[in-house]
Design a protein. Sequence first.
Length: 317
Amino acid sequence: MYIMKLNPVFKDYIWGGNRLREDFGFQSELSKLAEGWMLSCHKDGMNTVSNGEYSGMTLDEVIRKTGKEKLVGTRALDFPYFPVLIKLIDAKNDLSIQVHPDNEYAKKVEHEFGKTEMWYVLDATEDAKLVYGFKEKISREQFRKAIEENTLMEVLNQVPVKKGDLFFIEAGTVHAIGKGTLIAEIQQNSNSTYRVYDYGRLGADGKPRELHIDKAVDVSVTEPPKYEIKPFGEPECFDGYTSVLLTKCDLFTVMHYDVKKSVTLFTDEKSFNHILVVDGSGSINGEALKKGDSLFVPAGFGEYTVSGECEIIVTSI
């Protein structure tokens, strides 16, 4: 097996901008690049491999050809689906206020899994804000009333953000990405989203976008978030790089590496590594890599070395 480079899948949602094109050099015929799906085996968008033996195949096809345990790792056997979805998100305008269901509710109602996610802020304008849970605990009845009376923003927790902030968003947390933010998102492999409020915007068809009030009230945890807005770990400095644990949960583990010279990492039989290059350039085992590259290191690959001056986000399960 070898380290596979993945082609992103782009989405042109109405709130998106062009920083993925301008900052990362991505090319697409879409007028807006709201999201780049950098690691995806989801039915709504699957990455293809751009190098080596499996060039042109979707990652899902490669997994089925080689075997899930061999490529994704033994931990993946706990999941009936590819476990994670990784995105770059450029919010030129505010995203809708939304919430995601947990596994139990999503399997029963949507026939797929729920969605816990993590946001790592890559850049933000001085006035950028995110919605993250509620200011204080309220009842579900009060939540519904706030939606109906258009006072929802008064009860939600609006947080100023800056580069390097980390948001861990468990299923059930009401949230929204605000305009002026550039984010790396690591999430469960699910696209189940309940839109609560959308600022009265019209969709591409000229009609207000659908809201999902009843479902949102069913699944929302109507209280302040329990996690601080920072990485789970503290920075650790080594010869050639600095590392920090961004998130660790039963769904995924995410590390950030600021590489000044080189860092040697590895995969064992338990899990793959996904590498997202969010800044700079360098090489991986001698092969060039640059900002925006998405690389899949198979489980059991062993050691590999990233060299140069770059920032990478490494995800495993």
